[in-house]
Ligand binder design. Structure first.
Ligand SMILES: Cc1ncc(COP(=O)(O)O)c(C=O)c1O
Length: 304
C-alpha cells in the first residue's frame, strides 16, 4: 500500500510497527467496534464525508460492550485529519477501530485496555468500477442475519462481520458479486456491508431499523437526497423476499459500496436488468454531492 503511517493509541507509528499482541481480547472474541469512512477528492479540496456521524456511531457502538474509548472525539478527529495530511491523501478509505486489548483472556474483558487505531489508504470502488454503472448480480444468502435480540446489529462490531463473510463468500463461490441477507423472520435485511433500497412504481422502500440492519450513514444520505427530489421514501418497512423479484429497481448503499445498482437477484433480472432510472438519478445526485459539484449539505463535509 502506498501509505506508511498509522495512528495508534495516541501516536503516529510506521505502518509495519502498528502491531498488537496475539492474546488481544478483540482478536479472540470479536470485541472491537469500527467505522468505514470515505475521504473524497472534492472540487473544494479533500474532504471527509459525514465524519461527525461516523464518529458518533463509533462511540455509540461501544455502549453495549461497556467499552470506553480513552480519547475525546475531538482528539480522534485531529488524529484523522493529521494522518490524512501527513500521507498526502486526496481520496481514501478511513478505518478507525477501537477494541479490547491485551490483559486477560476471560470472555469478560476485565482490565483489558481499549486500544484505538486509525488507518487510511486509497481504495477504489468496493464492488468494482463497472458495478457502479452496470450493476451487480447478487444471491440471497442461505445464512440469516442475527436478530438484534441476539447481538446488537446497530453497533458496528468486528465480530458481526463473520456473518457478513459467510454470506459474501457463499455468494462469490456461486459466481455472484455480493449477497443479500435475510433477517431471522425471513424478510430482507441488508447486504454483508451495505443497506438495500427497492424502487417500485416510483416510490422508494428500505428496511426499517428494527429489521436487524446497521443504521447506515449512506442510507440516511440517500433517503435525504431522494426526499429532496420529491420521492416518497418508506424507510420503516419490512420487505419480503418475493418483493425483491418484483421490484422495478434495487440498489445497495454504503460508505464502501457507495450507490451500487443490483441488476439480478438469484439469476432473475430486476426491471430491465440494468441500472434503473431512479437509481441513476440518485447515484448521480450522490456523486455530485460527495465530489462537491453542488453546494448542498456542506455541513456534511470535513475539509482537510
Ligand atoms: C452490515 C452493514 N450494513 C450497512 C452498511 C452501510 O453503512 P454506511 O452507509 O454507514 O457505511 C455497512 C457498512 O458500513 C455495513 O457493514
Amino acid at each position: 500500500m502506498d501509505v506508511d503511517t498509522i495512528w495508534m493509541d495516541g501516536e503516529f507509528v510506521d505502518w509495519e510497527d502498528a502491531q498488537i499482541h496475539v492474546l488481544t481480547h478483540g482478536l479472540h472474541y470479536g470485541t472491537g467496534v469500527f467505522e468505514g469512512v470515505r475521504l473524497y477528492d472534492t472540487e473544494n479540496g479533500p474532504a471527509i464525508f459525514r465524519w461527525e456521524e461516523h464518529l458518533d456511531r463509533l462511540y455509540q457502538s461501544t455502549k453495549p460492550y461497556d467499552m470506553e474509548i480513552p480519547f475525546e472525539p475531538e482528539e480522534l478527529t485531529e488524529a484523522t485529519l493529521e494522518l490524512l495530511r501527513r500521507q498526502d491523501l486526496e481520496a481514501a478509505y478511513v478505518r478507525p477501530i477501537a477494541f479490547y486489548g491485551y490483559d486477560t483472556l476471560g470472555v469478560s474483558p476485565g482490565d483489558c485496555p481499549t486500544n484505538v487505531a486509525i488507518a487510511a489508504w486509497p481504495w477504489g470502488a468496493y464492488l468494482g468500477e463497472d458495478a457502479l454503472e452496470n450493476g451487480i448480480e447478487v444471491m440471497v444468502s442461505s445464512w440469516r442475519k442475527h436478530s438484534s435480540s441476539q447481538i446488537p446489529t446497530n453497533a458496528k462490531t468486528t465480530g458481526l462481520y463473520v456473518n457478513s463473510l459467510l454470506a459474501g463468500e457463499e455468494a462469490r463461490r456461486n459466481g455472484y458479486r455480493e449477497a443479500i441477507v435475510l433477517n431471522k423472520e425471513g424478510n430482507v435485511a441488508e447486504g454483508p456491508g451495505e443497506n438495500i433500497f427497492l424502487v417500485r412504481d416510483g416510490e422508494i422502500f428500505t428496511p426499517g431499523l428494527s429489521e436487524s440492519i446497521l443504521d447506515g450513514i449512506t442510507r440516511n444520505t440517500l433517503i435525504t437526497l431522494a426526499e429532496e427530489r420529491g420521492y416518497e421514501v418508506h424507510d420503516n418497512v419490512s420487505i419480503s423476499r418475493g418483493e425483491l423479484n418484483t421490484a422495478d429497481e434495487l440498489f445497495f448503499t454504503g460508505s464502501a459500496a457507495e450507490v451500487t445498482p443490483i441488476r439480478q437477484v438469484d439469476n432473475v433480472e430486476i426491471g430491465n436488468g440494468s441500472r434503473g432510472p431512479v437509481t441513476e438519478e440518485l447515484q448521480e445526485a450522490f456523486f455530485d454531492l460527495v465530489e462537491r459539484r453542488t453546494d448542498d449539505h456542506d455541513e456534511w463535509f470535513t475539509y482537510l
